[in-house]
Design a protein around this ligand. Structure first.
Ligand code: CO
Length: 362
């Protein structure tokens, strides 16, 4: 895949709408990309897509995971005036929801809308300093009434809503802005790594799971992790960049352009220490820049995989991302490419002996 083709894939993956529970458009892209190289595929009962590259001789299976879903909203009801009240899906800050453009996925097609913000002209000084309350928010789709929204626009309670925010390449293509890098950047890495491993003939059976519903509690990782029967696993995520004004190094330690990050702690998981050190040593040996992150919050699919069957050694590897869980995120091309290189090298080193050693506590 040329670097232009890869940029196009990133653009397609970030532009497409797929809030938790509504990931199908993302899944179709993953399956289209992987179909020519994989040996088998199954979809679990929740909708995660699990692809396999078989190695007939290895004793072990490595699982690579990345989640397809993004933050969104769900239409709760339509007011008599035609405004949409909603349920947030995933961890939104109220400030990130208000005053934005959105796309509503109806059974008739996609509709544009905005979360209108009360005008400053009528506010008291006290009200101007307050954070907007999610319960008071609504989407304006230009409908004239409840009936107009239902009949003309085709909107129904339960319809999914996602951020209206389009991909753009900055700095000659070295930086990309867009929504949903969490975790479409991980999905892009998963696709590239699987393609590379198919070509290089990995020494181990590789299972690649594009999971659903991570943002609402790692749900797809539980079901696909059960099916994958992994002996060792790597979760591919958007990392948390701590390199812009208003964030401190005590909150997040990785930076854009510094290479992929390995998480030593987040609130959902402590990685297997042997595997963690193996990754750090390998990156050093291969001259791949790597960063470390210790977060007190956050949660990721790796923690669900870690607890499948009798317990699985897992690491979480991130592509540093600024402004997560909002309409506009920023990632660097070099971090994505180095992440692909690192994960490919790790899996290519997985002979039976290496995996056996990583799994052992001796
Ligand atoms: Co994520």
């Amino acid at each position: 895949m040329t670097s232009d083709d890869f940029e196009k894939l990133l653009e397609e993956l970030t532009n497409v709408g797929g809030p938790s529970g509504f990931e199908e458009p993302v899944r179709l892209i993953v399956e289209r990309e992987l179909a020519p190289v994989i040996d088998g595929r199954e979809i679990d009962g929740l909708g995660s897509s699990i692809s396999t590259l078989n190695n007939g001789t290895s004793r072990y299976r490595v699982l690579l995971t990345a989640h397809m879903d993004e933050l969104g909203l769900l239409v709760k009801r339509i007011t008599p005036e035609g405004f949409l009240k909603f349920q947030p899906i995933g961890g939104w800050l109220p400030q990130a929801i208000i005053g934005q453009r959105w796309i509503v996925k109806t059974h008739k097609g996609e509709i544009n809308g905005i979360t209108g913000i009360k005008t400053i002209h009528v506010m008291s000084p006290k009200e101007r300093g307050e954070v907007f309350d999610i319960d008071g928010m609504f989407i304006d789709v230009g409908a004239t009434s409840d009936e107009d929204a239902r009949n003309r626009l085709g909107i129904r309670p339960g319809d999914a809503v996602y951020p209206d925010s389009k991909f753009k390449a900055l700095e000659g293509g070295s930086r990309f802005i867009g929504k949903a890098w969490d975790d479409r950047v991980g999905v892009a890495v998963l696709i590239q790594v699987m393609k590379g491993l198919a070509e290089a003939k990995a020494p181990i059976t590789v299972v690649g799971a594009a999971t659903v519903q991570e943002e609402i509690g790692l749900r797809g990782a539980q079901t696909s992790g059960y099916l994958a029967e992994a002996d060792i696993a790597i979760n591919l995520e958007s990392g948390v960049a701590g390199d812009y004004p208003s964030i401190s190094l005590d909150e997040a330690q990785e930076e854009i352009g510094g290479g992929p990050s390995i998480f030593f702690h987040d609130s959902s998981m402590i990685p297997n220490t042997k595997f963690r050190d193996f990754v750090v040593d390998l990156a050093e040996r291969e001259n791949i820049p790597i960063q470390f992150n210790v977060l007190s919050g956050y949660g990721q699919d790796g923690s669900a995989i870690q607890r499948t069957r009798g317990g699985v050694p897992v690491v979480n590897i991130g592509v540093p991302t600024r402004y997560l869980h909002s309409h506009q995120g920023l990632v660097a091309r070099s971090d994505i490419e180095e992440c692909v290189r690192l994960v490919t090298k790790i899996v290519m080193s997985f002979t039976d002996d290496v995996v056996e050693n990583l799994r052992s506590f001796d």
